[in-house]
Design a protein around this ligand. Structure first.
Ligand code: ATP
Ligand code: MG
Length: 741
């Protein structure tokens, strides 16, 4: 049989090979939806002879896009895989806009405003005009309106109340501000791409198939975009699972599933029922959770693996002890698994990223390597933000906020008051801040606001850094953009290493290492682009009247910046190294790990205290639990920070749910079958019996009785336990008999 269809079950195979134009695969977690979608892409290429550049694949996260690329490469080869138009909705939209955006008045080298840029812009608008709206609220309202396709003009036309009128002004000023800075925000990428494809359908005339993963989380504007991308052949495959819809805060509409059925009556619907990911026990516990939602239709989900170890549900005294317990459990299971598990087989999934601090500390203290997905991301570190802002200004001097952020970093004696006055003057004169300072530096026109001689000197230096850097972007005959050379120039011009030494005496080395990492990433991407491996836009169709040219150095820089900004929406690079993953549950969607920990399972954390939709919170828990293949741990610290006590999450509190869990971790020290069972689930060779026995010998006894396990034990006989336990841990750790000192 064709390698492509091998390892698929009948239902999956029929979805992959279906001649139907519109295929919808709706199926539970771990049933192979993504695997099926990937195989269908390969099938389009290998069997239907579609050209990869005529196929669009949308995934929800960048990590998912990367994983899918890897899998597809195996079927169609590296060369063809590289030509697929594959990425998140935002990155696909970005590609069409940077190629054809000029047709609707978008400059080729537009920048992307990330949410902190957007917030800063709104903050300024609100304070300048003394509006009453809170900038964060304004941003989320604007984003919701954009997701529904409501423009600022459309909103103004219908607004009646005083509040709405004020908000309409804020929305309009925000759009004007973005335009003046040559920026699009995340939502604009989708909105403007929809506009482009409505007005110029020829941009997608060559697109023959569109495939969408995690369809349940598309919002209305993404739905429109999907239809428009597919308009020339209406050939669409979607895969999704209504039980995993967790993005309504980003305006995802579960109704889009029904809409698809109505608007594409030619759809065929394929159900998958076998779960290939998790042990039977894990699956049963997750199903027990989701089945509490009575409005949900019953569905079949059949485990293909053995029953495995029951998931753990554990109470711990505090978040601090919980973190320590997780780290010890990672080390215990890793040792006992006798080589079957490595650190990158472990994930800790959190309802919100703020919960990561204790964990990071505990992992750090124990020397366990870890990486954060969606938290304080690499690109949000102070030193990286400064450097990226310089690159933004070099790429796009109209970016007022970036100019304002770095004009005095490192210090050039241009004070905050001066920067603010300059910004206001620029706004009044309707010029960019860059133009204002450039004219001043070049002696054409002094600003009207007061600028001291010292500050003027600083402005001159800043302008010099930017101008000399921009020279590096000018095309040189026969040479590709040298991003390395450019960044190196900036670093030297601003004496960045010295600046870091002076401002961060304790950890400047770490920060400088981050800078070097950024340089390495930039260089790698520029090389990949030059050799055609990385996304280039060459594969998009040639449309009459739109000139096609090689990417210039400036294009490469702006694409690098766009990729950086887009990669921070959902997740971040990395993951191959031997590291424990800490991620939010949202960012873990679609992924799987042999061992999953979900700490902080209490009311207020999940369901989150600010969440209105508890069904969605329950689905979130379900998504998290179904990431686990072999071992799953849920835990609840009895005390939060301070003395406040918690209540176990209402989604788990029912006895009928709790019967699926055990209080202790998996019993792999004494049950002979645990490791072989786990190896079977992971489809890995089982370690030799001698190794398993040796590992057991090395761990004298399970850690079980080192920590009180149940709420009763914690609250129990000794009233001082709960209170003093945390302190004991902080100072001396538990005594050798496992009881508190
Ligand atoms: P989610 O809803 O969480 O995104 P999914 O339905 O997309 O899940 P996949 O990630 O495609 O599921 O598959 C889950 C796991 O099951 C993967 O490890 C995949 O390789 C494996 N798998 C899928 N189909 C089969 C099959 N027919 N035989 C063996 N393994 C399979
Ligand atoms: Mg999937």
């Amino acid at each position: 049989m064709d390698a492509l269809l091998e390892g698929l079950n009948d239902a999956q195979r029929s979805a992959v090979t279906s001649p139907a134009n519109v295929v919808q695969v709706l199926a539970p977690p771990g049933s192979g939806k993504t695997k099926t979608l990937t195989a269908r892409v390969a099938y389009h290429v290998n069997h239907e002879r579609l050209q990869p550049w005529n196929i669009i694949v949308c995934t929800f996260t960048i990590k998912a896009a990367r994983e899918m690329k890897e899998r597809i490469k195996g079927f169609v080869g590296e060369k063809l895989e590289a030509k697929l138009i594959l990425g998140t909705f935002h990155s696909v939209a970005r590609r069409f806009l940077s190629r054809y955006g000029q047709e609707i008045g978008i400059d080729k080298n537009f920048g992307i405003a990330d949410s902190s840029d957007s917030k800063a812009i709104l903050k300024r608008i609100v304070s300048r005009y003394e509006y009453t709206v809170e900038p964060g609220h304004a941003l989320s309202r604007i984003s919701k309106l954009k997701a529904k396709g409501v423009s600022d003009d459309a909103f103004r036309a219908t607004s009646k109340s005083v509040n709405d009128n004020e908000f309409a002004m804020v929305y309009s000023s925000y759009q004007e501000h973005l335009k003046a800075s040559n920026l699009l925000d995340y939502d604009d990428l989708l909105v403007r791409c929809v506009e482009l494809l409505q007005r110029h359908p020829s941009c997608v005339s060559t697109i023959q198939a569109v495939l969408i993963d995690e369809y349940q989380d598309t919002n209305n504007i993404q739905y429109e975009l999907m239809k428009l991308l597919a308009q020339s052949t209406r050939r669409i495959t979607i895969v999704g699972d209504p039980d995993q819809s967790i993005y309504s805060f980003r305006s995802a509409e579960i109704k889009n599933l029904l809409r698809m059925r109505d608007e594409f009556p030619e759809s065929i619907i394929i159900n998958l029922e076998n779960n290939y990911r998790s042990s039977g026990c894990i699956l049963n516990s997750a199903l027990a959770v989701i089945e509490q939602d009575e409005s949900r239709p019953q569905k079949a989900l059949i485990a293909t693996h053995g029953i495995g170890e029951p998931p753990t549900l554990r109470h711990l005294v505090s978040a601090h002890v919980e973190a320590k317990w997780i780290v010890e459990e990672i080390q215990r299971t890793k040792t006992l698994a006798a080589g079957l598990l490595a650190y990158n087989d472990y994930a800790i999934l959190l309802r919100s990223s703020q919960l990561s601090l204790q964990l990071e500390r505990a992992l750090g203290q124990a020397g366990v390597p870890y990486r954060m997905v969606a938290g304080t991301k690499f690109f949000e570190r102070a030193e990286i933000k400064i450097l990226l802002d310089y690159l933004r200004v070099i790429s796009q001097p109209e970016h007022n906020d970036a100019v304002a952020r770095v004009i005095n970093t490192p210090s050039r004696k241009v004070g905050d008051v001066t920067v603010k006055a300059l910004l206001e003057e620029a706004e009044v004169k309707k010029v960019t801040l860059w133009k204002l300072v450039l004219d001043a530096a070049q002696g054409r026109r002094r600003p009207d606001c007061k600028v001291s001689a010292q500050a003027m000197n600083g402005i001159d230096q800043f302008v010099n850094v930017i101008l000399t850097s921009r020279e590096k972007l000018l095309p040189t005959e026969g040479e590709h953009c040298n991003l390395y050379g450019l960044i190196d120039h900036v670093l030297k011009k601003i004496s960045f290493e010295t600046y870091l030494k002076q401002t961060h005496k304790d950890n400047w080395q770490d920060r400088w290492a981050n800078v070097e990492e950024l340089v390495a990433q930039a260089t790698q991407m520029a090389t990949a682009m030059a050799s055609g491996e990385e996304i280039t836009d060459d594969a998009l169709p040639v449309v009459d009247g739109i000139e096609q040219r090689q990417d210039t150095a400036a294009d490469i820089l702006s694409k690098f910046l766009a990729n950086v900004t887009l990669s921070s929406i959902t997740d971040q690079d990395g993951g191959e190294a031997e590291q424990v993953t800490i991620s939010t549950i949202h960012a873990a969607k679609g992924l799987e790990w042999p061992v999953v920990f979900m700490p902080a399972i209490y009311d207020g954390s999940i369901p989150h205290s600010r969440a209105d939709d508890h069904d969605e919170e329950r689905r979130l828990l379900y998504v998290g639990m179904t990431r686990a293949q072999g071992f799953l741990y849920l835990s609840c610290p009895v005390k939060q920070s301070g003395q406040e006590t918690t209540t176990l999450s209402r989604f788990i509190s029912d006895r009928s749910i709790q019967k699926h869990f055990s209080e202790r971790g998996p019993d792999l020290a004494f049950k002979c079958s645990t490791i072989p069972d786990l190896a079977r689930i992971l489809r890995r060779p089982c370690p030799p019996v001698e190794d398993i026995n040796a590992a057991r010998g090395a761990v004298e006894r399970p850690e079980d009785d080192r920590y009180p396990a149940t709420r009763e034990e914690i609250d129990g006989d000794d009233p001082t336990w709960g209170a003093s336990w945390d302190d004991k841990f902080n100072h001396s750790g538990p005594s050798s008999d496992g009881k508190p000192n």
